[in-house]
Ligand binder design. Structure first.
Ligand SMILES: Cc1cc2nc3c(=O)[nH]c(=O)nc-3n(C[C@H](O)[C@H](O)[C@H](O)COP(=O)(O)O)c2cc1C
Length: 383
């Protein structure tokens, strides 16, 4: 494996600077405040970041291996997982840091504030994060308007340039989970508004922070939901003359599903003609952590992400690939922290990869390092 990809950062490098900043400042700041500040800096510095991207690629020797999947051409396998850019405010700046695709959201039909703060925590000894954000977002109409603006600006750029844009939709909290018609309606509203701007669409039924949401993973609930979203997306795009082909549709699942339930989702995805599965979301498990149990307990409920998730997320990916064969695109996410982890997930059957927590710990140079590390061995080629 490339030393570039996994080795300790040299003192003068941007990674070294970030790690010292993290150790002495960012990690002591409230995690959500740190996220907000980092995000604001990224948006502010966006023109600079974008202008510097080709030079950064050259310096790191990034030679990305494109991936063809779901009828799309991804610049390379690694993307940014949902939850970082919930409102699609910094898609192109994030891509300029080296992500080949950016999945925005989760977006819900109605705007909502999410859970009370604090709701985002780091477990530094585990290179992990616990969050119970609860789908805080500006709502589908606002996000759709922002994406429409972006599309206008992008018309001036050569076709096919820039990142692949994924849009992740979820249930509005106030919609009762047991009112099936209302749930279908809610997902249909966000789908109708957002599908026209999405290169691919993800139905999120796996966040632990919206009460009852994960019950929608049961096949008898999931099947009508996925069929309804499929129909709605087609009406809003192909039938409306906005696209020639249906927008690729995926479902995102939890690592806490029993193996049999993972397989059932795989079967269902094939049966309803989905394009892929994103595996996995965060876990409610707290097993195998290095952090002191009292520290973990004090944080309370939420989804755990990062290194402790790696083994189970890989297992779920492998189970799915063995079950569905080559017919579905599998997006591997959960605990990917290095090029070596990325390679392992590709070997387990992933076509595409995503990460969130390692990016938070490792900083803005991390995506490019992983992509450079993947290209070193040709991994990602032909996936
Ligand atoms: C703070 C935070 C917020 C998240 N929000 C969302 C979300 O809104 N929708 C979603 O599908 N996943 C969300 N996720 C889950 C990530 O997309 C990803 O599936 C998970 O963190 C595992 O990847 P990682 O170990 O690389 O972080 C969130 C994760 C974190 C840490």
């Amino acid at each position: 494996m490339s030393g570039r990809a996994s080795g300790a950062a040299p003192r003068g490098s941007s990674t070294g600077v970030y790690q010292r900043l993290f150790a002495h400042g960012l990690s002591r700041l409230d995690a959500e405040a740190a996220h907000r500040q980092g995000f604001a800096a990224l948006r502010l510095g966006s023109p600079l970041v974008r202008a510097a991207a080709p030079l950064a690629d050259r310096l790191l020797g990034v030679d990305p291996q494109p991936v063809e999947a779901m009828g799309l051409r991804f610049p390379h396998a690694l993307g940014l997982a949902a939850g970082f850019d919930k409102n699609a405010e910094a898609v192109d700046a994030l891509a300029a840091l080296g992500f080949g695709h950016v999945e925005v959201g989760t977006v819900t039909a109605q705007a909502q504030p999410g859970n009370p703060r604090p709701r985002l925590f780091r477990l530094v000894n585990d290179r992990a994060v616990v969050n119970r954000m609860g789908f805080n977002n500006e709502g589908a109409a606002v996000v759709a308007a922002r994406l429409a603006d972006r599309e206008q600006r992008r018309r001036r750029l050569p076709a096919g340039s820039g990142p692949v844009l994924g849009v992740n939709v979820g249930k509005t909290k106030v919609v009762p989970e047991d009112d099936e018609a209302a749930v279908l309606d809610d997902y249909a509203t966000s789908t109708r508004l957002l599908a026209p701007y999405a290169d691919y669409l993800v139905v999120n039924v796996s966040s632990p922070n919206t009460p009852g949401l994960r019950h929608l993973q049961a096949v008898e609930r999931l099947e009508p939901l996925l069929r309804h979203v499929r129909l709605t997306a087609d009406r809003a795009t192909v039938e409306a003359g906005l696209r020639d082909t249906p927008v690729p549709l995926l479902v995102k699942i939890a690592p806490d599903l029993a193996d049999d339930d993972v397989l059932a989702v795989g079967d269902l995805a094939l049966a309803v003609g989905l394009d892929g599965v994103v595996a996995t979301n965060t876990t409610i498990s707290r097993e195998g952590l290095r952090s002191h149990p009292a520290e973990v307990e004090e944080l309370g409920a939420g989804g755990l992400s990062g290194r402790p998730l790696r083994t189970r997320a890989t297992e779920v990916l492998r189970l799915l690939r063995d079950r569905v064969g080559p017919g579905l695109t599998l997006v591997g996410v959960g605990g990917i922290g290095s090029a070596e982890d990325a390679r392992e997930r590709l070997a387990a059957g992933a076509d595409l990869l995503q990460a969130y927590t390692a990016f938070v710990y490792e900083g803005p140079a991390w995506p490019r390092r992983v992509v450079a590390g993947l290209a070193d061995t040709g991994a990602g080629e032909g996936v």
